[in-house]
Design a protein around this ligand. Structure first.
Ligand SMILES: [Zn+2]
Length: 309
């Protein structure tokens, strides 16, 4: 009897760590992502993904984890559910990024943005409420693949301005959460993916602005347009014209401001216009994390502890 119970105990002791198999194995699944970046998890044929307590659909069997510009450095649990519904758990480590501080002088013609009237402040506040209501996205299945389509036929390199803190005329501060592409006035602006127009209006700061919901919590925004070619509720296709380049709102000249929100997080739009292979991935970081552990272990022996005698 004693042997039997002993065996049972041994089996139970063995079974416990085995039952934790997936999460034990996943303990090494780490990805390090800078603020404003996007992490990626491929290779497990993911169906759904999870971070920040949200569960959402995978994109082409890969999980993506957006990190807001201002998410503090630290660790977040990430999850990926495969086609069989099995949950894989990993860790996303947010790394602090350095963003530029830019001093800008607005010309006198844009003076209203430095000292808006009470009416303009009220207007901007009302518009902010409208925008906040749609930025989280409607969720559902993704209506996009990565990379996204370019928003203009010839997309020049943007200024390296994502995440910059701008000070206008030494007084007004603004966080730049998108990218500015220097495209000439009148050029067509296209939808970066299929989606539904959730907001298309002339706003105080952003001028003629078009917001498109692409499913899976992804929302794209195009600001300062000269003209808008779509209406709220319109279904648009990837590459479909939504307006023309302009310099409306708080803009010093014609350009396209492109912004992206994913799960409500402000991410660098340039990252999703380039190949997703370039994003920090769980598989890459795993080797990197292991490399770090190896190095740490090599450092462990204390070479001074034998010197005392
Ligand atoms: Zn901008």
């Amino acid at each position: 009897m004693r042997i039997t119970s002993c065996l049972v105990a041994s089996v139970a002791a063995l079974a416990a760590p085995l039952a934790l198999g997936p999460s034990t194995a996943a303990a090494a699944d780490i990805v390090t992502v800078p603020q404003g970046g996007v992490g990626r998890w491929t290779g497990i044929a993911a169906k759904e993904c999870g971070i920040y307590g949200k569960r959402y659909a995978a994109v082409d069997a890969a999980c993506y984890f957006p990190v807001d510009i201002r998410t503090p450095a630290g660790a977040h649990e990430i999850a990926a559910w495969d086609q069989d519904g099995k949950r894989h758990v990993g860790t996303l480590v947010v790394q602090e990024a350095t963003f530029a501080k830019v001093e800008m002088d607005l010309p006198e013609s844009l003076g209203r943005y430095l000292d808006p009237s009470a009416e303009e402040i009220a207007r901007a506040g009302k518009e902010r409420t409208e925008v906040l209501a749609i930025l989280g996205g409607s969720g559902g299945e993704p209506r996009f693949s990565l990379p996204l389509a370019k928003p203009t036929a010839n997309l020049p390199k943007s200024e390296d301005d994502f995440g910059s803190e701008r000070t206008f005329n030494g007084k007004r501060k603004s966080l730049h959460s998108g990218r500015d592409y220097p495209v000439g006035a009148g050029n067509s602006v296209m939808a970066v993916a299929d989606g539904k127009v959730v907001l298309a209006a002339d706003h105080f700061y952003t001028g003629n602005a078009v917001y498109i919901d692409h499913g899976d919590g992804l929302v794209s925004m195009n600001f300062h347009l000269q003209s808008i070619a779509v209406e709220v509720g319109d279904e648009v296709k990837r590459g479909e014209k939504i307006g023309t380049i302009g310099g409306t709102g708080r803009a010093t000249g014609p350009h396209l401001h492109l912004g992206l929100r994913w799960l409500g997080k402000r991410i660098d739009p340039a990252l999703l216009l380039a190949t997703p292979d370039a994003l920090p991935a769980v598989s890459d970081s795993r080797a990197e994390a292991q490399h770090k552990i190896d190095r740490a272990e090599r450092k462990e022996p204390d070479e001074t502890d034998d010197l005392t005698d």
